[in-house]
Design a binder for this molecule. Structure first.
Ligand SMILES: CC(C)(COP(=O)(O)OP(=O)(O)OC[C@H]1O[C@@H](n2cnc3c(N)ncnc32)[C@H](O)[C@@H]1OP(=O)(O)O)[C@@H](O)C(=O)NCCC(=O)NCCS
Length: 164
């Protein structure tokens, strides 16, 4: 995977995580919600006690991250971000696969995420990985992927379907 690897996000990563999020999301947030993206909005989900955050690193530089929330029977993707010049190379697909595996091994039945209705590339990206819009709140869609858990010892088909 492009020689990139995952590790847990720590506090010193936050400046890079913020700048990457702003580069990727500021325009989308403004066009969808009409407000500026604030660091506090990102910090709010990253610092939640139930959040699991990992950065993707290549040559010691952060080139992406994801944040998920492990809930009762369902995993919520808070954010998934790949630095612009590394997009379109399969890293996002790999992160979605990692998230699906995490959900599966934690006994979750489904994975949820919110996406801004103006973020068409991300909506297509999620659709291609088995997520479907199940409701709309304001300018956001709630998308869900139901994990087919199969029987004991049966490989989960939704994982292979979810990866490119
Ligand atoms: C959405 C995102 C996480 C996907 O990560 P990625 O590493 O670009 O994803 P991949 O390379 O695995 O796949 C991207 C898809 O776009 C296509 N693509 C082709 N060229 C591309 C390019 N230059 N840039 C982005 N995507 C490209 C890929 O073929 C693939 O299509 P598919 O869905 O039919 O498989 C990433 O583009 C991103 O960070 N976007 C901005 C932040 C964002 O919108 N996050 C989601 C918030 S809800």
């Amino acid at each position: 995977m492009l020689g990139a690897s995952y590790r847990e996000m720590v506090r010193r990563d936050l400046p890079k995580v913020m700048s990457l999020s702003h580069d990727n999301m500021a325009n989308i947030i403004f066009s969808s919600w009409g407000v500026e993206l604030r660091d506090e909005d990102i910090m709010r989900f990253i610092l939640r006690p139930t959040a699991l955050n990992e950065v993707l690193e290549k040559d010691g530089e952060i080139i992406g991250y994801y944040s998920v929330d492990i809930r009762a029977d369902n995993l919520l993707i808070n954010s998934i971000q790949v630095q612009r010049d590394f997009q379109g190379q399969g890293l996002g697909t790999d992160m979605m696969k990692r998230i699906a595996e995490l959900a599966y091994h934690n006994g979750m039945n489904s994975i949820d995420l919110w996406v801004q209705i103006t973020n068409r590339p991300a909506i297509a990206f999620y659709r291609h990985r088995g997520y479907r819009a199940i409701s709309r709140q304001g300018n956001n869609y709630l998308m869900r992927k139901v994990l087919d858990r199969g029987g004991e010892g049966v490989e989960n088909p939704s994982l292979s379907a979810g990866s490119a």
